[in-house]
Design a protein around this ligand. Structure first.
Ligand SMILES: C[S@@+](CC[C@H](N)C(=O)[O-])C[C@H]1O[C@@H](n2cnc3c(N)ncnc32)[C@H](O)[C@@H]1O
Length: 265
């Protein structure tokens, strides 16, 4: 039996909300090391962004991406499952921003029109939805609301890097423990749902989408967090410059905690 079943937690909203009582989403991207993921992702989005484009941010968290683009004048819609996060976005939103914020589930976007957004960000739902059927359903919704020439951005947490970072940074007993299959190296999907590069690719391709880019969003940042956080400003800028270069190299894709896939219909 799972922990959430024992606690009597039922709905997706309750399950995910309970998780974010442990993880503080508001400060997640605030250190130099964690900022690498945000800056890399924004850079990839900006490659495709043109004035007047409409952005949908699914699983918007505390609003980091939504607010960044709304600040730049883009029309942004944020959908977020956890009430606490929705409140945070609303607190940070300025009245002049073209930002709409809704509490909702990325699995059910019936209030949103077909073919409506130039850019759809899906950074969260695919590593929270426990059933593969729901992950496919989520991508179907993303596809439906994205314009025919729009770009969809999907984030995954890399199964294989979990083994590296848990062992090296957090749990000395991880290697010997039961949190992963010692033959297949599949990590148990708790507290997040983890995907290998191949599994992420397969999910997108089987949804009928074409992958246009694959990016090692944060690369080795979590593993090297202490070193990156202690860099002076000049070194950090140079590290970022190098990271942007290597994040697009196929041979580095697996060496990243977050995997970013760009896709089109
Ligand atoms: C780690 S946070 C990432 C937030 C932000 N998108 C980012 O990239 O920094 C994942 C977010 O996805 C939200 N989420 C998970 N499943 C969701 C779903 N089915 N529908 C909407 N939001 C969901 C969570 O509540 C959480 O705020």
């Amino acid at each position: 039996m799972k922990i959430e079943d024992l606690l009597g937690i039922k709905s997706e909203e309750e399950r995910v909300s309970a998780l974010y009582e442990i993880f503080d989403e508001d400060s997640r991207l605030s250190s130099k090391a964690t900022r690498v993921e945000f800056l890399t992702t924004v850079r990839q989005i900006e490659k495709h962004l043109q004035p007047g484009m409409k952005i949908l941010d699914l699983g918007a968290g505390a609003g980091e991406h939504s607010l960044y683009f709304a600040e730049k004048g883009y029309e942004v819609t944020s959908i977020e499952l956890v009430e606490k996060h929705v409140k945070r976005i609303r607190e940070k939103k300025r009245p002049d921003m073209k930002l709409k914020v809704f509490q909702g589930n990325a699995l059910e976007l019936s209030k949103l029109e077909d073919n409506n957004y130039d850019i759809v960000l899906c950074f969260g739902p695919l590593y929270h939805l426990e059933n593969i059927e729901d992950r496919f359903k989520c991508i179907e919704e993303v596809k439906r609301v994205c314009k025919n020439d729009g770009i969809m951005f999907f984030a995954f947490i890399s199964n294989d890097m979990v083994i590296v970072t848990e062992t090296m940074c957090y749990q000395s007993g991880f290697l010997k423990g039961e949190q992963y299959n010692h033959k297949t190296f599949k990590v148990k999907d708790f507290p997040f749902v983890f995907a290998t590069v191949d599994q992420a690719r397969e999910l997108i391709k089987k949804s009928g989408l074409t992958i246009v880019a694959e990016v090692a969003a944060d690369g080795l940042s979590e593993l090297l967090a202490d070193k990156i956080n202690n860099m002076d400003e000049e070194s950090y800028e140079l590290w970022l410059n190098f990271h942007f270069y290597y994040s697009e190299k196929p041979e580095f894709l697996g060496w990243s905690n977050h995997l970013l896939f760009l896709a089109q219909k």
